[in-house]
Design a protein around this ligand. Structure first.
Ligand SMILES: [Zn+2]
Ligand SMILES: [Zn+2]
Length: 123
């Protein structure tokens, strides 16, 4: 699987086993992405990144990677885990994946409803 940011300065490939994606409704993801943030994940050492990613730590536990040129929000990494998340919107071509959950729905915005049958988790 391959992905890239909007301007193409950051590209990545994933060679390891990929988990099914979740759509996060937390405040941090909504602030950074502009709405909810759908991402999948794979072992960090199977994700090869080309280009200079800028990292931002919104909390002590995790960091968020984005393109410093176009601003695409690409990666999320919990320091205590050996896997890393990458955004569904950055994947080039069909993903072959399907949303498994809505997460942090307790933080969701009041301007939309979650109207599908995908399982929801409040945290
Ligand atoms: Zn870019
Ligand atoms: Zn989130």
């Amino acid at each position: 699987m391959q992905g890239s940011c909007l301007c193409g300065a950051v590209r990545y490939t994933v060679s390891g086993e990929i988990g099914q994606p979740a759509n996060c409704h937390c405040n941090q993801c909504r602030k950074q992405s502009g709405h909810t943030w759908a991402s999948s994940y794979a072992p960090e050492d199977t994700i090869t990144i080309e280009g200079a990613v800028r990292w931002f730590a919104a909390s002590d536990t995790a960091k968020r990677g984005f393109c410093p040129i176009c601003g695409s929000f690409l990666f999320w990494k919990d320091h205590s885990e050996d896997w890393m998340s990458f955004s569904m919107g950055s994947i080039d071509g069909p993903s072959g994946l399907h949303l498994r959950a809505h997460i942090f729905t307790a933080d969701k915005g009041d301007y939309y409803d979650i109207a599908d049958n995908v399982p929801q988790r409040e945290t």
